[in-house]
Every structure is written in structure tokens, then in C-alpha cells.
Design a protein around this ligand. Structure first.
Ligand SMILES: [Zn+2]
Length: 272
């Protein structure tokens, strides 16, 4: 059956990708005194609060329209999502725009780019959220002061060592997790909406679930033994200390904030 339409025969490559212009657009979303480094190949940006430098992964410079149509996917259920040939073709295309990237791309990162760019509007919102989240870390560091931050980091460490002695292999870093949750809500507050963050963490959660299902041979029992329904390893299967809230917790935080925003000032809510 022919499914292609007239429009799908048009050229699949979008407008020419202008690296400098895209960097300028990103810079406009950040405070003037924040330094940026572009080029890491990772799902998330990160910040160094001491040097006020935000490391921006290259995918954040892309827009959905830059990605040729043959690489557009609908989600993790797309049968091409784990197809090595498809991912290799995508890696080859990716290397034509991202000259700073390493020669070897991980499937995980390629899948992330495919997944997060699938909805052009939400993709843009999620990038704004991710940037604001990193800026929120700078705000948090200023509010707390360097001494309190060091104290919290130190306590996370001490508590970890003590709990390890009592058989708890990987106790979560409580204060670091608290900071991440604060930054999520602060970012959404600054943007006036939670949608970008919810899309961002939902995409990450979908990637985790799909990746682990694949890893366990798509055997539902194997998956259920090791992971919960959000794609997070059960405590006995964790291999590192948790330093960030789970995607499920972050989505939940943002959905609560979204709910409160929608009903703020509506005194009659719930009584009719
Ligand atoms: Zn963070």
C-alpha cells in the first residue's frame, strides 16, 4: 500500500544548520555572566557553580526541523528505535552537523536525541527548561553560600559511609537530591510553566524503560525482577549511589506544581 504523500517527496533536509546562530539563541536564554561550553554528548547539560560555566550538549542546538524526516520517530515503540542499521545511519547524519562529537556515538545518546526531538514544540520547551534548571543551580548556590553547600555535600558523604557500615550499600545523597528537586521547581516557576520539564523527564523515563526492557531480552519477568514500572532499578540492583531524584519523582513534583498553578486562586475548586 502506498502511504507516502506528495509532501513527503520534498527534500528531507531542513534549512542549513547555522552553528553560531544557534549558540547565540542559547546564550540569549542565559544570564550574561554565565559561561557556556558546547559539545558534550550526553542527555543532560551540567553546571560548574564555582566557575559559573554551563556545559551544553550539542543536541540542544538542534531543532526538530534540522533532523531529516527519515529519522523522525514517534516514540520508543517505533520498531526502528533499537535497529542498529537505523541508529548507525542516524549517527552518520549526526556526525555531519556535530563536528565536535567523538567518533563513537553511544546508542543510548543517539536514542535520546531521536526521542527528545520527536515533538518540535515540546522539544523547544524542554531545552528552555533544561537551561533554566542549570541556572537554578547557580541561584541555589548563591542563596545557600559555599560553606553550607560544602557542609551538605560533606554530610551526604558521611551519612553514606555510616549507612554502608550497617549494610545499606548505596544510600541516596539526600541533600543533593533536595537541591535537584528545588532546581526543577525553580526552573518551572521562572518559565511560568511545567510542560517542558514534564516532557524532558517523561522522555528520559521512556528511554530508561525501553532500554532496560531491551537489555533484559524483552522478557517481562526479567524486567520486573530488576526494575520498577518507571525503569528505575530496584534497590538491590542499584550499582551506584543515587545523586538525582528518579524521573518519576521529578515528573510528580512538576505535575503537582502544574496542578497548583492551574487552580491557584480558584477558591471554589473541589466544592462543585
Ligand atoms: Zn541539576
Amino acid at each position: 500500500m502506498a502511504i507516502s504523500t506528495a509532501s513527503s517527496h520534498t527534500s528531507s533536509t531542513g534549512a542549513a544548520f547555522d552553528f553560531r546562530e544557534r549558540v547565540r539563541e542559547i546564550r540569549q536564554m542565559l544570564p550574561w555572566d554565565v559561561r557556556t561550553v558546547i559539545g558534550t554528548f550526553h542527555p543532560c547539560p551540567r553546571v560548574n557553580t564555582a566557575t559559573r560555566t554551563i556545559h551544553i550538549p550539542f543536541w540542544m542546538l538542534l531543532k526538530s526541523a534540522d533532523i531529516p524526516r527519515e529519522f523522525r520517530i514517534t516514540g520508543t515503540a517505533d520498531p526502528r528505535f533499537f535497529n542498529p542499521d537505523f541508529l548507525t545511519e542516524f549517527a552518520n547524519w549526526y556526525a555531519t552537523v556535530d563536528h565536535s562529537a567523538p567518533e563513537v556515538f553511544s546508542y543510548h545518546s543517539l536514542q535520546w536525541v531521536l526521542l527528545v526531538s520527536r515533538d518540535s514544540e515540546q522539544y523547544e520547551k524542554s531545552k528552555r527548561f533544561a537551561l533554566k534548571h542549570e541556572v537554578a543551580h547557580l541561584v541555589y548556590a548563591e542563596q545557600q553560600g559555599p560553606n553550607k553547600l560544602k557542609l551538605h555535600a560533606g554530610w551526604d558523604c558521611v551519612e553514606g559511609q555510616v549507612k554502608r557500615l550497617f549494610g545499606n550499600r548505596f544510600p541516596p545523597r539526600k541533600y543533593q537530591i533536595k537541591q535537584e528537586r528545588w532546581c526543577d521547581l525553580h526552573a518551572a516557576q521562572a518559565l511560568g510553566e511545567e510542560a517542558g520539564g514534564i516532557y524532558f523527564f517523561s522522555s528520559l523515563r521512556d528511554l530508561e524503560i525501553a532500554g532496560k526492557r531491551h537489555l533484559f531480552g524483552n522478557d517481562p519477568r526479567e524486567y520486573a525482577i530488576r526494575c520498577d514500572i518507571n525503569g528505575d532499578y530496584r534497590p538491590e540492583f542499584k550499582t551506584a549511589r543515587q545523586s538525582h531524584p528518579t524521573n518519576a519523582v521529578r515528573i510528580d513534583d512538576l505535575m503537582r506544581a502544574q496542578f497548583e498553578r492551574a487552580h491557584a486562586g480558584n477558591l471554589e475548586f473541589g466544592f462543585k
